[in-house]
Design a protein around this ligand. Structure first.
Ligand code: SF4
Length: 297
């Protein structure tokens, strides 16, 4: 399948008074046309920074995408784009839905006008046609009385409606890639992204090999026992990234942690063309452990 997005060795740092925070360390993935790719992890683990890096939304000099990072969108090198090209990339190629609508809706402008601006800029529509299309899009995202709501300011709508307006705005540009991000505080410097587990939905849900993924899966409620059992919660917080991080980023919280895990960050092991895992347990001489699946039986 043809890849529409390729990210290779993405490295992002934040320069803070306390020192350099390596927020994203060597993240690689690709997305093909028609494919849905989900990033799963605790809040604050680096998903948003990864998404914002692709759209070049992080502000230098505080945030720095390291030059060795490669971001290729529809065969174009995003890292080498001029300001004008990046502006065209946002909307024409990639749109992002921020779950906090106030971060990207303009509070001083009617929502219809905001959608119309996108349509006129990215789809070359004339004003009357853009207004008709804006109403159609508001209906599509289930905004009641769209003909009237089109002239509302964001503060005249409920939070849920504003969120749907954001979705309509993101779709208005007819982008090739749509990124839907979860709520997060802007520039959260405690974050870190390193992909520990990568695979198809089947590999992640039924054949996962990483203790972090097992912990995440354990926190999913099981059918029928919601009232009986307390949900599993991952203990501790991600590591302090100001400190040099040579160990496995999950070491301080992993119940399978071995000596080697505290000394060396595990390399990625390939289990199949699609299934990759970064964990010392995958080392051929590592002790066999009882996994999440063994316990389920
Ligand atoms: Fe746990 Fe070690 Fe695997 Fe990290 S490398 S997840 S600490 S077993």
């Amino acid at each position: 399948k043809e890849n529409i997005l390729e990210v290779e060795n993405l490295q992002v740092s934040f320069h803070t008074y306390a020192g350099e925070v390596k927020a994203v360390r060597g993240v690689s993935f690709s997305l093909s046309r028609g494919e849905t790719l989900a990033f799963v992890g605790e809040s604050g683990c680096g998903k948003s920074v990864t998404a914002k890096s692709i759209m070049r939304l992080l502000k230098p000099p505080v945030a720095e995408i390291k030059p060795e990072s490669k971001i290729i969108c529809d065969e174009k090198d995003v890292m080498k784009m001029s300001g004008k090209e990046i502006y065209a990339l946002r909307g024409d190629e990639i749109s992002m839905i921020f779950q906090d609508p106030m971060t990207s809706l303009n509070p001083t402008m009617k929502v219809g006008k905001q959608i119309m601006e996108s349509l006129m800029l990215h789809r070359n529509m004339k004003k009357a046609e853009a207004r008709k299309e804006a109403i159609r899009m508001l209906k599509m995202v289930n905004i009641p009385s769209a003909e009237k709501r089109v002239d509302n300011y964001p503060h005249e709508m409920s939070g849920g409606m504003r969120q749907r307006v954001m979705i309509a705005m993101a779709l208005a540009c007819n982008p090739k890639i749509l990124i839907a991000d979860e709520p997060t505080t802007a520039l959260d410097v405690t974050i870190q992204a390193q992909i520990l587990e990568r695979g198809t939905a089947k590999e992640i849900f039924y054949e996962s090999k990483h203790p972090y993924t097992w912990a995440l899966l354990s926190s999913v409620p099981k059918k029928g026992d919601a009232s009986k059992e307390e949900l599993y919660a991952l203990k501790g917080t991600p590591p302090d990234l100001i400190l040099p991080l040579n160990e496995c980023p999950f070491a301080s919280r992993c119940e399978y942690c071995m000596e080697i895990c505290k000394e060396q960050n595990p390399m990625e092991t390939s289990l199949s063309d699609t299934h990759k895992v970064s964990c010392w347990l995958m080392y051929p001489k590592a002790p066999k452990v009882k996994s999440f699946y063994d316990r389920e039986e």
